[in-house]
Each structure stands twice: as C-alpha cells, then as structure tokens.
Design a protein around this ligand. Structure first.
Ligand SMILES: [Fe+2]
Length: 157
C-alpha cells in the first residue's frame, strides 16, 4: 500500500502536488510584483481608476501567495521563499517600466492565463490524489480569476 502522509494523503502524490504548488507560488509572486509596479507607475487619465484597481489586485495576490505557501507546508514541503527561486521558476516574467493603462491590463491578462493553466493542472492532480483541501482552493481561485479575466478584457474593448 502507498505510504500516507500526516494528513492521510498518498505521500508521493502530495509531494508532486506541493512541487506544482511551488511553481504556482513562484508565478504568483511575479504576478504580485508586476501588479505593484503597475499600481505605482501608471499615468494618464485613467490613473485614479487603475491605481486603485491594481492595488486591489496585488492585495488579493498577497493573500493567495500566503495561502499557497501554507498549503505547501500542510502537504509537508517547504515553500520557495527567495526572489532568485521565484524568478528562476516563474513562467510569468518581470515587467518593467509600463506606464500605459491598456498595456498594463494586457500584461495582467497574460498573467491570469498562466495562473489559470497551472491551477487547472493542480486541480486535476489534486482530484486524483483525493486532496480536497488543495482542490477546493484551486476551484476558488479559478472561478475568481475567470471572472477577473472577463472584467479586464471588457476594459480593453
Ligand atoms: Fe499604494
């Protein structure tokens, strides 16, 4: 019989899941710092609107980063915790010197797409591992981010 971890999950499956969650964590940290940059550097007639919107975005990202890291710990692994690891493992890349609103929104949308792809992968792995905790977390994120994609896309039209 497969070895179980402390919370009763298949230990190997939990390990694989926590590694994927570490990738999600790395991507989310880059998503966070990019949103922070947009919040600071945005200029133009939509400044007040977007400055606030991006604050909302990075505040939410900060909460999720912590949830993901603590889920990794719950699955008996260590969350990545250095900038060098984040930039090394993240598919989302650093965005520099974006001041134009629509360009920033496009970058946010690209980020959401990357996060959603990774979360769906984790959703399917967690279903297979019978890991309801991770599964529920991913379905919450997916639902929220899909709605955000609709709204940010509407902004661009
Ligand atoms: Fe601020």
């Amino acid at each position: 019989m497969a070895k179980k971890n402390q919370i009763g999950l298949d230990a190997d499956k939990a390990k694989k899941l926590s590694e994927k969650l570490n990738l999600l964590l790395a991507n989310y940290q880059l998503f966070y710092i990019n949103a922070r940059g947009f919040h600071w550097n945005i200029t133009g007639e939509k400044f007040f609107e977007l400055h606030l919107k991006f604050e909302e975005l990075y505040t939410d990202a900060l909460l999720k980063v912590d949830e993901i890291a603590e889920r990794i710990l719950t699955l008996s692994n260590t969350p990545l915790h250095t900038f060098s690891d984040y930039t090394k493992h993240s598919k989302i890349k650093e965005v520099k010197n974006v001041t134009e609103g629509k360009q920033a929104v496009k970058k946010v949308l690209e980020g959401f797409t990357t996060l959603l792809e990774l979360e769906r992968e984790i959703l399917s792995l967690s279903a297979d591992a019978n890991d309801e905790g991770t599964n529920a977390l991913m379905s919450d994120y997916i639902r929220e981010q899909e709605k955000s994609v609709w709204m940010y896309s509407a902004y661009l039209k």
